[in-house]
Write a protein that binds this ligand. Structure first.
Ligand code: NAP
Ligand code: ZN
Length: 341
């Protein structure tokens, strides 16, 4: 079925209206009328070929909320729409680490034309029901729920894995789409939450989001005051930067988990702060389907949604430019109704 979408035909081409085809739903599929789609920094990395392997046309979007066509149930789709279901990772509900390769919501392999998946910058999507999440937030909050499907789960999963909670001191680095959710979630889990930002203008917001303390990461004296004190640091920064400034803030046996995926590498971290203190640098990828549902339910229970700025489909490129300047509070969300024109 022909569907209005927005995407790019090449890395240096603008995001524009594209007509795409969605498959007819099979017996295990759910067809969803998309209401809203968040704009993740990964969309920008992918559509502009900052990461290798982008296939065109590229229709990004993996923070999808909407309604099951003709039924009306409120649902979400995140970064995953398929996995082998047979490997050990899939068996443990960790489909994102599928050893045979998961199918991403965009740029993933599919038998459907054009041979790769096309994401949520579109009016409709057809997804295997195993990868469809149930949304229990109020209908009036739907747009602000969309970013939970990537920014929410990508911060929730490592915070749970490294046991953020009462008695733990947790840092969140970079207060963008992921980072602002990281603050809300770490705070809700009961951790002493410290926000690190390069933007003085975000200081008050970070407190309002739930940070107990806010550190301007370019200020060496403010950083030094926290040396050796963190159990866990979640680093969401989308650009290469000096990791040593943060590893030295970890306690003995502390971990900094990187979720930011910059287009070019960070400067190599120094070994000394790692070996003196048995500190670790780790990584984490989104989250599995069961954990994504757990996160959505946790957020509904704790009244957590994203802070959003709504845009039209025609404003996506302008939104990307603002994200590159860290000028978004704190997630752009597309009103997909603006795609029908
Ligand atoms: P975003 O909204 O653009 O936020 C990134 C934040 O990083 C900015 O708001 C800014 O925060 C900080 N920052 C940007 N440039 C910086 C620089 N040069 N030096 C220091 N800080 C800088 O991006 P996002 O959507 O949250 O995504 C963040 C990264 O995570 C991207 O690389 C994305 O691809 C990746 N990602 C990974 C996963 C995963 O599964 N691992 C999932 C989703 C996204 P301040 O103004 O507070 O400094
Ligand atoms: Zn994302």
């Amino acid at each position: 079925m022909s569907t209005h979408a927005y995407g790019a035909h090449a890395a240096d081409k603008p995001i524009e209206a594209i007509a795409i085809e969605r498959r007819a739903p099979g017996p295990n599929d759910v067809q969803i009328d998309i209401a809203y789609c968040g704009i993740c920094h990964s969309d920008l990395h992918q559509v502009r070929s900052e990461w290798p392997g982008t296939l065109y046309p590229c229709v990004p979007g993996h923070e999808i909320v909407g309604h099951v066509s003709a039924v009306g149930d409120t649902v979400g789709v995140g970064c995953l729409v398929g996995s082998c279901q047979q490997c050990a990772s899939c068996g443990e509900g960790l489909e994102q680490y599928c050893t045979n390769g998961f199918v991403g919501t965009y740029n993933g392999p599919t038998p459907d034309a054009p041979g790769h998946t096309l994401g949520g910058y579109s009016q409709r999507i057809v997804v295997d029901q195993k990868f469809v999440l149930k949304v229990s937030h109020g209908e009036d909050q739907l747009a602000a729920v969309a970013p939970l499907l990537c920014a929410g789960i990508t911060t929730y999963s490592p915070l749970r894995h490294w046991k953020a909670g009462p008695g733990k001191k947790v840092g969140i680095v970079g207060i963008g789409g992921l980072g602002h959710m990281g603050i809300k979630l770490a705070h809700a889990m009961g951790a002493h939450t410290v926000a690190f930002t390069t933007s003085e203008s975000k200081r008050q917001d970070a407190h309002d989001l739930g940070a107990d303390e806010v550190v301007i990461s370019r200020d060496a004296a403010q950083m030094q005051a926290h040396a050796g004190s963190f159990d866990f640091i979640l680093n969401t920064v989308a650009a290469p930067h000096n990791l040593d400034a943060f590893t030295t803030l970890l306690k003995r046996d502390g971990t900094m988990c990187l979720v930011g995926a910059p287009a070019s590498p960070h400067p190599s971290p120094s070994v000394m702060p790692l070996i003196f203190g048995r500190r670790a640098i780790a990584g984490s990828l989104i989250g599995g389907i069961a954990e994504t549902q757990e996160m959505l339910d946790f957020c509904a229970e704790h009244g957590i949604v994203s802070e959003i700025e709504m845009v039209t489909a025609q404003q996506i490129d302008a939104a990307y430019e603002r994200m590159l300047k860290s000028d978004v509070k704190y997630r752009f969300v597309i009103d997909n109704a603006t795609m029908s024109a």
